[in-house]
Structure formats: C-alpha cells, structure tokens
Design a protein around this ligand. Structure first.
Ligand code: HEC
Length: 162
C-alpha cells in the first residue's frame, strides 16, 4: 500500500482512472460530428426544404435551377470575370470543405481570393443568416450522388484534422 501513500486508498484512484478513460474515449469518438460549426445537414428534410426554396430565390439565377451553372463556366468572360460554376457533381463545389463553402457564400470569393478580386458572386452576409447559408449548402449537398457526398465527408474529415 506504500505506493498510494498514507490516507489514499486505491478506490478513489480507480474512480479517477475510470473517469479519465471515459473522458478519453469521449474525446476520441464524440467530437467528430459535433466540432464542425459549418456542418451541413443533407439528411435533414426540414433544413433541405428550406435550403431548396432559398436556393431558388437567391442562387438559381446564376448557378441554374438545375445547379448546372452557366455555359462554359471555366472560361472567363470578356470582362475577366468567371461565369457561375455548377453546384452539381460536375462542378468543384464538392471539392471545398464546409468552412470554405460557407465563407465564400457569406463573404464572397474575395474571402479566399483577396479583396481586389472581381467577381459576380455576391456576398450574402447581409441577405442570409448563418443557418440559412447552412440550409442552402445542405440542399446543394443533398442533390449530390452518394459517392460524391462520401468524398465530401472525407474532405471535411481531413480538414478538421489539420
Ligand atoms: C449574380 C450571380 C450569382 C449569384 C446570385 C450567386 N452566385 Fe455563387 N458564384 C457566382 C460566380 C460568378 C462564381 C464564381 C466565383 C469567382 O468569380 O471566382 C460563384 C461561385 C460560388 C461558389 C464557389 C464555388 C466553387 O466551386 O469554387 C459558391 C460556394 C457559391 N457561388 C455559392 C452560391 C450560393 C450558395 C448562392 C445563393 C445563396 C450563390 N452562390 C449565388 C455567381 C453567383
């Protein structure tokens, strides 16, 4: 018993060890679904329905009602600006993690390309609330085929581990 010193019984130590290991298991297994403030909800029917109507109202005019974007979206227009890219699986929206999609929608492409970058993509900071932006992006994700959604989940998992 010398190991535990006088007055310290192994029982509380055991309790502490159990608590600590429970906490460790929590740290390892639990945070992944909850520690991403930009987490999209493509399986939440209410969020997706709200996102679909917001998309029609705020995004479809450029990105297309069918999410196909503008024609020749990879070629800059004569004014040097890019056409709106598709949000379906043929585009590269799904290559970006949740935070990038959220911030480009909220603050415009200038968020990643710098303040001087000229783009037709508006910032929605003053038009949409944060949950509305999540809803629109959740709707977009809900339209992707299963393998593209899985690839996007993987991109987010890697982004969180950085
Ligand atoms: C007035 C036209 C217009 C509207 C409306 C619009 N966008 Fe865009 N969007 C663009 C253009 C143009 C780009 C290309 C950005 C650039 O210039 O690099 C773009 C790019 C994006 C990107 C980056 C995509 C990528 O693959 O890099 C996201 C995300 C995006 N838009 C989301 C939205 C969402 C969500 C809405 C509606 C809430 C919306 N946009 C409404 C024109 C528009």
């Amino acid at each position: 018993m010398a190991l535990f010193g006088r007055g310290v019984t192994p029982i509380p130590l055991l309790a502490v060890a159990i608590l600590l290991s429970g906490w460790l298991a929590y740290l390892i297994y639990m945070p992944q679904p909850t520690n991403d403030p930009y987490r999209l909800k493509p399986d939440d029917a209410m969020v997706v329905a709200k996102g679909a109507s917001l998309y029609k109202q705020h995004c479809a005019s450029c990105h297309g009602t069918d999410l196909a974007g503008e024609a020749n979206w990879k070629t800059r227009k004569p004014d040097g600006r890019l056409p709106a890219p598709p949000h379906d699986e043929s585009g590269h929206s799904w290559h970006h993690d949740n935070a990038a999609l959220f911030n480009v929608t909220k603050y415009g492409p200038q968020y990643v390309a710098g303040a001087k970058y000229k783009s037709n993509m508006p910032a929605f900071e003053k038009t949409l609330s944060d949950p509305e932006i999540i809803a629109v992006l959740s709707y977009i994700k809900s339209t992707w085929p299963e393998d593209v959604r899985a690839a996007h989940d993987e991109i987010n998992k890697r982004a969180r581990q950085k």
